[in-house]
Design a binder for this molecule. Structure first.
Ligand SMILES: *[C@@H]1O[C@H](CO)[C@@H](O)[C@H](O)[C@H]1NC(C)=O
Ligand SMILES: *[C@@H]1O[C@H](CO)[C@@H](O)[C@H](O)[C@H]1NC(C)=O
Length: 572
């Protein structure tokens, strides 16, 4: 608004009409009670003239830049308050200046994390928030219920690269739904929650978050678990669902489903769930297609679910014990995540119930499966798949030592590991340094003497950017607190363990400069949550950035395609 209709003259009009980098510097004081109108006008003329000179001569001296590069005006009040009825009539010019965010950064344990944006899906909170790591501000939030999805459990997340995430970036968020809210032993939850289970592509435009595309609606695929982006190109992304045992690869630009696979198990002891997986059987891998008429799959919401709830950590045993409800429990393998080799040439779908992963050849246009990798201590490392026809492959697995829960490559692609949870309680490792996967060999397992029985157990993984150190969250049952273990990947020795940090520590990320490790904590949807920060140089904890909502995943926005190997495109 200009000043013409304003009772407080001069407060704004000079800013508008003058524009530019003029500015008087520090707040000034005027003698109280004086009528400074004329004097002020004269002084103002001088200030304006001086400012104009300064603007031409040394503009830098009078304007500073904000983190976003906007110029920072420092303004004073330009005129006295003159209106007749004003109580503050005659007060001296009002000191005004622009708040400078760059001067008010967030320090955690004495350190500022630098520029970077982290996207946090809030599981039972039903939304996603974006946190500026440099200042601690929440940049934007989105809650799916406002758009008509009342059952969304925002679950996993991965971001495409952006040179300046403060201006713009895009990410994928997979959401679960249905009875998965019943996993947390909350009192009086909705007995019939909406089936939900949708994939969304979200965009931040520098101001607000918006749903750029409802990927499930475009494709007919309701998949709600891990999502990852091909780190070699950032042009395709995978989403999996372990209740359906399906994963699909989507073209980033067109959302065209390039391939989709389903995995089904036939145990050697089909009428005995307890031994259904342990005593071996046959894994069938099927390439599935959309309906020819509609061009879409028929897997929205809970359609295609074999089990009614996902297998939460350590619930593989509940499936064996017959405690997990579902219509096709015996064929379930909990294929709920696809990770990429950093080269983008290979990718692997986790097969949790079998303690392994199916390796797919991504240079092959049909993304055909190559072999089954078993990470258990005393099983054969690689089992080749046999082709039945163009869309069907089989693997025979004789014995399963332990189911597994997380899978991932190091950023340099030389090591591939999986958490053998539940029974074996170890981390199985492959050497994947050869360019020919047929040469990949199981090295063995890393084990802590404390990992006895089911808990504590190694859970999510992360890596230093030089691939020399691995970070394992060590899970203990709630309300006990989880630990963080640091492992030297050159010697496989455990460097140290920081115990009792907080309940339910989950996925790990790093800042893109490689200096800080970030672990999101979900509080099992009811205990403490936050974003835990560790200094990677010293491996000492710095503290928590507040993050309410109960999270299971996080995505620091990568700057370039080559940063993608520092995201959870390669590990869980
Ligand atoms: C996304 O699409 C699915 C399937 O059509 C629908 O059930 C869901 O409500 C949609 N979500 C939003 C936010 O519109
Ligand atoms: C992967 O697929 C490509 C293209 O079909 C093929 O040339 C290559 O030999 C395959 N790799 C392996 C290890 O089978």
């Amino acid at each position: 608004m200009g000043a013409s209709g304003s009772p407080i003259r001069g407060a704004y009009d000079l800013v508008e009409s003058g524009g530019g980098d003029r500015g008087d510097l520090e707040p000034r004081s005027q003698p109280r009670g004086a009528r400074p109108a004329l004097k002020f006008a004269a002084a103002l003329g001088a200030v304006l003239a001086l400012a104009a000179l300064l603007a031409v001569a040394v503009p830098a001296a009078r304007s500073r830049a904000t983190p976003n590069g906007e110029s920072l005006l420092i303004r004073t009040g330009e005129g006295p308050v003159e209106c007749d009825g004003c109580l503050n009539r005659g007060q001296p010019p009002i000191p005004r200046y622009q708040f400078d965010l760059a001067q008010h950064k967030l320090y955690i344990g004495g350190k500022n994390l630098g520029k970077g944006v982290v996207a946090l899906p809030q599981k039972l909170g039903g939304g996603v928030t974006l946190t500026d790591l440099e200042t601690g501000r929440t940049l934007s939030s989105l809650w799916y219920s406002n758009y008509g999805d009342y059952g969304a459990i925002p679950h996993h997340i991965i971001s495409f690269p952006s040179e300046n995430p403060y201006n713009e970036f895009e990410f994928i968020n997979s959401c679960q739904g249905g009875l998965n809210t019943h996993l947390y032993r909350l009192a009086n939850v909705d007995p019939h929650p909406p089936a939900a289970t949708n994939i969304y592509r979200l965009r931040y435009d520098g101001n607000t978050l918006m749903i750029a595309e409802n990927v499930s609606d475009s494709t007919g695929l309701g998949l709600g678990v891990h999502t990852s982006i091909n780190p070699a190109t950032a042009e395709e992304y995978a989403v999996s669902d372990g209740q359906k045992d399906v994963w699909a690869m989507f073209d980033r630009r067109s959302t065209f489903v390039k391939v989709a696979f389903r995995y089904d198990w036939e145990g050697n002891t089909p009428h005995n769930l307890k031994t259904n997986w342990i005593k071996g059987g046959k894994l069938t891998i099927t390439r599935i297609y959309p309906d020819k008429e509609t061009g879409k799959f028929d897997m929205l919401g809970s359609k295609g679910n074999k089990i009614d709830v996902e297998l939460a950590p350590m619930s593989e045993g509940e499936l064996e014990d017959g405690k997990t409800p579902g219509s096709a429990r015996e064929s379930t393998v909990a294929a709920d995540g696809f990770v990429f080799h950093p080269s983008g040439k290979w990718g692997a779908e986790i097969i949790r119930m079998l303690g392994g992963a199916v390796l797919h050849n991504l240079t092959d246009p049909s993304y055909s499966p190559l072999s089954f990798l078993s990470f258990n201590f005393d099983t054969p490392g690689q089992v080749p798949v046999s082709k039945v026809n163009d869309d069907t492959w089989e693997v025979r697995v004789d014995y399963v030592g332990s189911p597994g829960h997380e899978l991932g490559w190091t950023p340099d692609g030389t090591k591939f590991m999986m958490m053998n949870n539940l029974r074996e309680n170890s981390v199985g490792l492959f050497d994947t340094s050869s360019d020919n996967p047929a040469d990949w060999k199981k090295l063995g397992v890393i084990k802590d003497p404390l990992w006895k029985g089911m808990y504590p157990n190694p859970f999510h993984m992360g890596f230093s950017h030089d691939s020399k150190k691995a970070y394992f969250v060590v899970l203990r049952p709630p309300p006990e607190r989880s630990n963080l273990m640091i492992v030297d990947l050159t010697t496989f020795h455990i460097i140290k363990e920081i115990q009792g940090i907080t309940q339910d520590m989950q996925s790990i990320a790093t800042t893109m400069d490689g200096k800080f490790l970030l672990i999101i904590t979900g509080g099992f949807q009811r205990f403490a949550s936050g974003l835990f920060v560790l200094d990677i140089d010293t491996d000492e904890p710095l503290g928590f950035i507040p993050a309410p909502g109960g999270h299971h995943d996080l995505a620091v926005v990568p700057r370039t395609v080559s940063d993608m190997k520092y995201t959870r495109a390669i590990c869980m």
